[in-house]
Design a protein around this ligand. Sequence first.
Ligand code: F2R
Ligand code: MG
Ligand code: MG
Length: 349
Amino acid sequence: GGPASLSRFRGALVAAVLGDCVGGEFEGAEEVPMESVLQHLISLDDDTKGNGILEYSDDTAMARCVVQSLLTRAGFDERDMARRFAKEYSASPGRGYGSGVIQVLKKLSSPQLSDVYQPARDQFNGRGSFGNGGAMRAAPFALAFPDPADVKKFAHRGAMLTHSCSLGYNGAVLQALAVHLSLQGALDLPLKFISTLITQMEDVESDEATLNDARILKEAEKPFCERLHRVSDLMHRSKVSIEEVISELGNGIAALHSVPTAIFCVLHCLQPRECLPENYGGLERTIAYSLALGGDTDTIACMAGAIAGAHYGIEAIPQSWIKCCEGAEDAYMNAERLHMLYQQTSQGG
Ligand code: F2R
Ligand code: MG
Ligand code: MG
């Protein structure tokens, strides 16, 4: 489809769920041989194996709250979103949430709470979380707001409900911007795509809070920009091993060690790769490659899935994969509702 087509919206939301569901198998594994990844993915095609449904984790549980809130309120409403996060956690606490964010979600359920951003500010002795929990649920902001200034503003505020460290919320802004650009067809020109992201993040990371957090955490002055430059360097290399990707970009639970990695997975898999089956299209390659990195596989595959799905569209996702994933059908339907909201806003409605 063309820029911002319904197919791209469906691709983004469904592939994010898929990445989470299929990635759960390997989350936390240090080494994941590509053979094991391919076996896992092949087993999804085989109805006789009786795999049943692959359950989604916190990544999708929270993204679904973001989607429902944006749709119900026809825009961003922090109190409504916070209430949905808290309610979802209390209904299904076993979705594999980060150990720190649980405290925030419990506090958000208190009816006495006047400032919904306060529990997140109290995390980690007042430093806030730099985990990737804000980024893993950021894609819907790109599907609700056509203006990139709104995408940045609301992805930031949505992440701040749980992640008040700039290394957490700026990861969410970067992920939402990557989905926004991909929806517009910007991955047709990969080098321009990465340079646009760097330009945007130069601006995002120029504020005092970011410079301060980066100094305290002994990171580069503009941590996400520095990582995106590494992505760009890796793109220019003729051969890159999985070990080099992990050592340059990371595969961990911090937003800084996973959002640029997810972006690299998408860019690297735009072309066929020796280590991946020839019959795989770009979306399948992206998911398989994300899993083979090990570490935070559900979240990296979820974020890479959203960016890749926005590029390739829903037709690129195998039906057999969709059928195996809890929440994929809901995502398919919600994508249409978000598409309508996006169009209304584009037309000034
Ligand atoms: N939590 C997981 N996976 C591991 C456990 C799964 C589960 N227990 C099971 O076995 O089923 N996955 C999910 O968590 C990630 C998103 O985490 P989020 O929402 O960012 O959580 P949190 O707690 O805020 O941060 C995660 C960890 O990062 C470290 N951290 C963050 N900020 C820190 C700071 N300022 N100082 C020191 N450490 C900090 C802490 O270790 C946090 O616990 C996704 O992968 C999702 O899939
Ligand atoms: Mg998870
Ligand atoms: Mg994870």
